[in-house]
Design a protein around this ligand. Structure first.
Ligand code: GLN
Length: 238
């Protein structure tokens, strides 16, 4: 049973899309909410099940081409996520999950596959696989520190006028045009794994804030130190 005051997190299709520890994004949101005294209820929605429309924050991860195509087909037939987003729910969509939120993406032979059309992006197969560390400076309007993460994808993503780039790449490929990820309304799409929210707690707080959580400051000293070490290493190494 859901209680009215609880934060409802929905983890979409962990059986199809969850690579490179993407499930850690769920854990980070849960922990950062609980550390602020917020009750959390998380639902893991397997691909055979309907996506509930009553969530506050939806998460979807990355994956290989075939599970990605399957996930897009199932999500296209399920209107739960569309209804949730229409009433203002937030979402973090990572890599394959990011691509399928758009109008189209590249399948295993590079063929265009229809996405779910929730955000104004179109993806296709890029010239080479992008693998490695990503560092990117976030759009100043969002007021977040430098993003760090790991990427592994063939796809490149073109942003339409309905979305803004999340960040500008300093290292790595991201969308393939000098930018990484996108945002629109309360939706963030990104190629960042790592998982993204463990490596970028400020991004977790952006989603929590959009979901109405009061963002009391947390002691993030140890995480900040780790972040800084990682950023220093990546920036010094290339
Ligand atoms: N299959 C997609 C691509 O290669 C997404 C990969 C991923 O999610 N890591 O672009």
């Amino acid at each position: 049973m859901q209680s009215d005051s609880a934060l409802r997190i929905v983890w979409i299709y962990p059986d199809l899309l969850s690579t490179y520890g993407d499930q850690g994004n769920v854990l980070v949101l849960e922990q950062r909410a609980r550390r602020r005294g917020v009750e959390v209820e998380t639902v893991h929605v397997r691909s055979a099940d309907p996506v509930p429309e009553t969530g506050d924050i939806y998460l979807i991860g990355g994956g290989e081409d075939r599970p990605q195509i399957l996930a897009a087909e199932r999500l296209r037939r399920d209107s739960g996520l569309h209804r949730a987003i229409a009433r203002g729910a937030s979402m973090l969509a990572v890599c394959a999950g990011y691509q399928i939120m758009g109008s189209t993406f590249g399948g295993e032979e590079g063929q265009p596959v229809a996405g779910v059309g929730l955000i104004d992006i179109a993806s296709s197969r890029g010239p080479a696989r992008a693998v490695g560390e990503l560092v990117a400076e976030v759009d100043a309007a969002l007021g977040l520190p430098t993003l760090t993460g790991f990427e592994n994808h063939m796809g490149v993503t073109h942003l339409g006028p309905g979305v803004k780039p999340l960040s500008k790449t300093v290292r790595g490929v991201g969308n393939g045009d000098g930018f990484e990820g996108c945002y629109a309304g309360h939706i963030v799409g990104t190629y960042l794994h790592g998982p993204a929210l463990a490596r970028n707690p400020a991004l977790a707080d952006l989603l929590l804030g959009w979901a109405g959580v009061e963002l009391a400051p947390l002691d993030d000293f140890r995480y900040d130190q780790l972040r800084q070490e990682r950023l220093n290493t990546v920036l010094a190494g290339q």
